[in-house]
Design a protein around this ligand. Structure first.
Ligand SMILES: [Fe+2]
Ligand SMILES: [Fe+2]
Length: 277
């Protein structure tokens, strides 16, 4: 008889290596529905493959971060294409990051897998929302050069749940909580247009939902600390190792969102170089 149960890790591996972005999203939606219906089985002792190259490499030209074209005038279509492409690419990369969190680490409580598949589902929706706007301004995903910084962070943390949770959700995604309001501020100052209003609305949805991703990262970072008998301030040691210059840059922190996502006032004080709460 045909077995309707999907194999969890095998299926995630297929999704992670799927290079057609439309197929990947369709297959994810199908997989996620089956997962929520309890139609998935976790394989014992599954041999995980290391990701060697990002799934978007077949249709996006990857360049160093400083060579990604910058958004120019955001009231023009060209400027909007660059902006929407850059954010759509972050969201698309984030789909793989969430899928890989679920794929990479075995033997964790079911809540862990629920959490990261829920994040993957949010990232799919964020990507689709931006892709729709990108198409409307005459662009398409894959036409602008992109960087692979998120993929590299994922690759470098494949050996450790503790480091993955510190670096990906609790550092990189948390940085997004600071960056998006700054983009919003810029956009809100520009002369109004229907497209700009829609971009602003989409970015608000994203920044609101990203808080829960960082929160989930915080939950599993704390879990990993406890398992390894470490204090939570090991976070600073880890991020210092991956991004040695991170505390040197002065930047505006989104204190409210970061507090909601589990950062303590003490952590924020170190990052902001002053008391912020
Ligand atoms: Fe997102
Ligand atoms: Fe996210």
């Amino acid at each position: 008889m045909y077995n309707f149960f999907m194999k969890f890790y095998e299926q995630l591996e297929k999704l992670l290596t799927q290079t057609n972005h439309k197929t990947k999203i369709e297959e994810f939606k199908d997989f996620y529905q089956k997962y929520k219906n309890g139609e998935c089985s976790f394989e014992e002792g599954y041999e995980k493959k290391l990701s060697e190259k990002p799934s978007y490499e077949s249709f996006c030209k990857v360049v160093p971060p400083q060579d990604v074209p910058k958004r120019k005038n955001l009231t023009t279509k060209e400027g909007q294409v660059y902006l929407l492409h850059a954010i759509a690419h972050i969201e698309y990369s984030a789909i793989d990051l969430a899928l890989d969190a679920a794929y990479r680490f075995s033997g964790l409580p079911k809540q862990y897998y629920d959490d990261w598949l829920e994040v993957a589902d949010d990232e799919v929706n964020h990507f689709l929302m931006l892709e729709e706007l990108l198409n409307e301004v005459g662009g398409h995903y894959g036409e602008v050069e992109v960087h692979n910084a998120l993929f590299e962070a994922m690759q470098r943390t494949s050996h450790s749940l503790l480091e993955r949770m510190a670096v990906v959700p609790r550092y990189l995604e948390a940085n997004g909580l600071d960056a998006t309001p700054a983009i919003l501020k810029k956009l809100e100052k520009l002369p109004k247009s229907e497209m700009l209003e829609r971009i602003i609305k989409a970015l608000h949805v994203i920044v609101d939902e990203e808080v829960s991703h960082v929160q989930k990262g915080d939950r599993w970072f704390s879990y990993a600390c406890e398992k390894e008998g470490k204090e939570k301030d090991v976070y600073f040691e880890i991020i210092d190792r991956y991004y040695p210059l991170w505390l040197g840059k002065k930047k505006e922190l989104n204190v409210e969102a970061r507090r909601e996502a589990g950062f303590t006032c003490n952590e924020l004080k170190v990052m902001a170089h002053k008391e912020v709460c």
